[in-house]
Design a protein around this ligand. Structure first.
Ligand code: ACM
Length: 414
């Protein structure tokens, strides 16, 4: 695979333009001018600043915006500033689709950065594919998707669970209680967890899904008490995770005997839960705020000085930040006369970058090679990293589906 460094020494990698000066996707989609032909480079930010997921998405918006501001302060790309066009889809999947269309067609954005939940990504996907545009999605998700128009910056199940499961079974035991919100992401993660648990001789003692935003966990806690699992395997998101964590703490169940192990809980949820209530439980993620790299120190310092000393960074805001730099590096590798979303995608494949979590790479399947870690939450709201992969891990979005593989040519079935 051809690899190019994101930062420093990136040679100009020209792409052949058409004689008309129009890019292929511009011709196909009827757009009458080349992308980024003006004095600036328009990019969409599609994160909810209002509604149920704003609590997480506003931090993704902030991190992406900060990267844009940093890039512009350093002179922009090809001498042009990035121009952020901000839309608030108000936590509603249909509005994500509508605003994505607006950003890609009316505003001629060369890329759109956005969203947290899989439901919102799935709402944008057909628009990005129809327009042959690029949607940079920073969030961990369930895999089983292989679009050529989505840049997947977050972990897929093998990147969160492969190091986690053997460690959990060894240290806590084989009886798992699965608890998640009722949508595609928790169900697919649990499907993969069952496969690994079977291999490890473990068992699922209970599996249940609560409506999005559900906040009364008294009967769940009664069932947990009755079942006495070794691990509570959680894919609750947002407000539900916060409510469950607080009620678990109030119930005086003991995290040392029956920890909640989450694939979604980050510093931002822990801040809402409170450090005392979160302490002792675990999360699996490629990034924690306390990770010791020069890139992370700079990211955290810049974030706090831009948004306030009490703010936190987390594994999804880290990806929202590094994806803007991946986009910049891909733009820099192109002939400025021939910028298009498809050319940006092709230039980005194989690039490596020193991100706050460690050196990452964009796979030919448009997912990202990441550094899995397991952290234990402390009462100060930070995670102590207790397990870390020795190598960056290749994304396998179809790991739970033998005979299917996401490749540089899309989904291949054997
Ligand atoms: C998610 O819905 N991808 C967390």
């Amino acid at each position: 695979m051809k690899r190019r460094e994101f930062l420093g020494g990136a040679g100009a990698v020209g792409t052949m333009g058409l004689a008309s000066g129009l890019s292929v996707p511009a011709l196909l989609s009827g757009v009458s001018r080349a992308y980024a032909a003006g004095d600036d480079i328009p990019v969409g930010l599609l994160f909810s600043l209002t509604g149920a997921v704003a609590v997480v998405e506003h931090t993704l918006h902030d991190a992406a915006l900060m990267a844009i501001e940093e890039i512009n302060a350093a002179g922009g790309v090809h001498g042009k500033p990035l121009r952020a066009i901000i839309e608030d889809p108000a936590s509603d999947p249909a509005t994500y689709a509508d605003r994505a269309r607006r950003l890609m067609i009316r505003d001629k954005c060369v890329s759109v950065f956005g969203s947290y939940t899989s439901s919102s990504r799935q709402a944008v996907l057909p628009i990005a594919e129809q327009r042959n545009n690029l949607y940079w999605y920073p969030t961990l998700y369930e895999g089983r998707e292989c679009s050529r128009n989505i840049m997947y910056g977050g972990a897929v199940p093998n990147q969160q669970q492969d190091i986690l499961l053997p460690w959990l079974v060894k240290n806590f035991g084989k009886k798992f209680y699965m608890l998640g919100n009722n949508y595609v992401y928790p169900k697919e993660e649990n499907n993969y967890c069952r496969i690994l648990l079977n291999e490890l001789g473990g068992e699922v003692v209970h599996e249940e899904y609560m409506p999005m935003g559900h906040s009364d966990f008294s009967s769940v806690i009664n069932r947990i008490r009755a079942q006495q699992p070794d691990v509570i395997f959680s894919t609750l998101v947002g407000d539900s995770d916060v409510a469950f964590a607080r009620q678990y703490h109030a119930s005086e169940l003991d995290p040392a005997k029956m920890p909640v192990v989450s694939l979604t809980r980050s510093e931002v949820e822990v801040r809402a839960i409170g450090g005392e209530a979160a302490a002792g439980h675990f999360s699996s993620a490629p990034y924690f705020m306390g990770h010791d790299t020069a890139e992370n120190q700079r990211f955290v310092e810049n974030y706090k000085s831009r948004f306030g000393g009490d703010q936190v960074t987390h594994f999804v805001s880290e990806a929202a930040y590094f994806q803007v730099y991946q986009f910049k590096a891909a733009l820099e590798a192109l002939d400025p006369a021939n910028i298009s979303p498809a050319a940006i995608r092709d230039a980005a494949v194989g690039m490596t970058m020193k991100a706050p979590q460690g050196e990452i790479e964009i796979d030919e399947n448009l997912h990202t090679h990441l550094w899995p870690k397991v952290g234990q939450w402390q009462s100060d709201g930070q995670a102590k990293i207790i397990l870390q992969s020795e190598t960056r891990v290749v994304p396998a979005p179809y790991a739970a589906y033998p005979g299917q593989e996401c490749t540089g040519k899309g989904l291949v079935k054997t």
